[in-house]
Design a protein around this ligand. Sequence first.
Ligand code: TXA
Ligand code: MG
Length: 341
Amino acid sequence: METRFFGTREEDIQHAAEIIRQGGLVAFPTETVYGLGADALNPDAVAKVYAAKGRPSDNPMIVHISSKNDLDRLTIEITEEMKKLADAFWPGPLTMVVPARPVIPKVTTGGLDTVAVRMPSDSVAANLITAAGVPIAAPSANLSGRPSPTSARHVMDDLDGRIDAIIEGDDCRVGIESTVVDMTGNVPVVLRPGIITPEQLSRVLGKTVELDPVLRTRPEIKRGQELLETTENFKPKSPGMKYKHYAPKAEMVIYKGDRDKVLLAITEEKFRRTECGQKVEIIMFDDDEPEIAAREFFAKLRACDKAEVDVILAAALKEDGVGFSVMNRMFKSAGYNIVEV
Ligand code: TXA
Ligand code: MG
């Protein structure tokens, strides 16, 4: 398939929107990561998304809307709490899991009776959804298992020739995927941490939002294994959390502990590995600016792949606030290969 490339002008967006309406696949920028969009209400179109990404079909899509009013088309009942979160964080990097209306195809929800909904703040994304006139199902626009794409270049590297079109916009500001919060129970539960933290959600709702306990556990995983073991203490509610994710081609080791000790351990290991003829790259972000780590992490992994690095030695960030969300991705990228110092 020949992939078409569009810019972000009005006429480009109109062409891209027409492709979506016709049941085609268009990758587009959002503030978090690039998405691979299809008409969420067209089961054949959504099935093509799974095929293009090589994605397991029990892993549901996030449905993107461009107006808060559209939430109503996707769910039966909008609670006060959903309204509060939408008012505080939409448009923006928050996804709410809500009861699904039957019009939403099962292929979109991965067979669940809930649907994940997000209203992105990126203007290109918003214009595309509005122009298409349909809600857009969009997972991250990467091949399944690879780091999420934060630039149009990353999308091309993975999906050129596999999808109908790519809208070439700016690099993504946030850099990690949206916070996913399950609104279907008595207490909202964060299923995937993002730039919007549970503390921020709790403040708006005036009650404690919980973290899916699975986010605090580390599964046993062997290198090269695609599916994480579902054990007694590892039963993710969000289907996507059980697949191996974000893996660079290189071996990756995370060093966790006091920063001085981490720096020393990494320096020594880099020396040892270099002596053995390996190409080594270090990933070390400022602990006090986790937002920068979020923005740059996936791009760094992809840069290591391009440079054919053999091993990535990474320093863990403090696991609070946005640092916790970045570490959620970093642990997965490394296949939970962690050295405590
Ligand atoms: O920032 C983002 O959310 C990006 C951009 C493109 O908007 N999209 C994204 O989609 O990250 P994806 O498909 O890569 O991740 C969707 C996550 C998966 O972990 C999936 O299992 C979960 O959301 N999810 C989707 N629907 C769900 C549902 N009904 N219940 C629980 N989890 C759900
Ligand atoms: Mg993804």
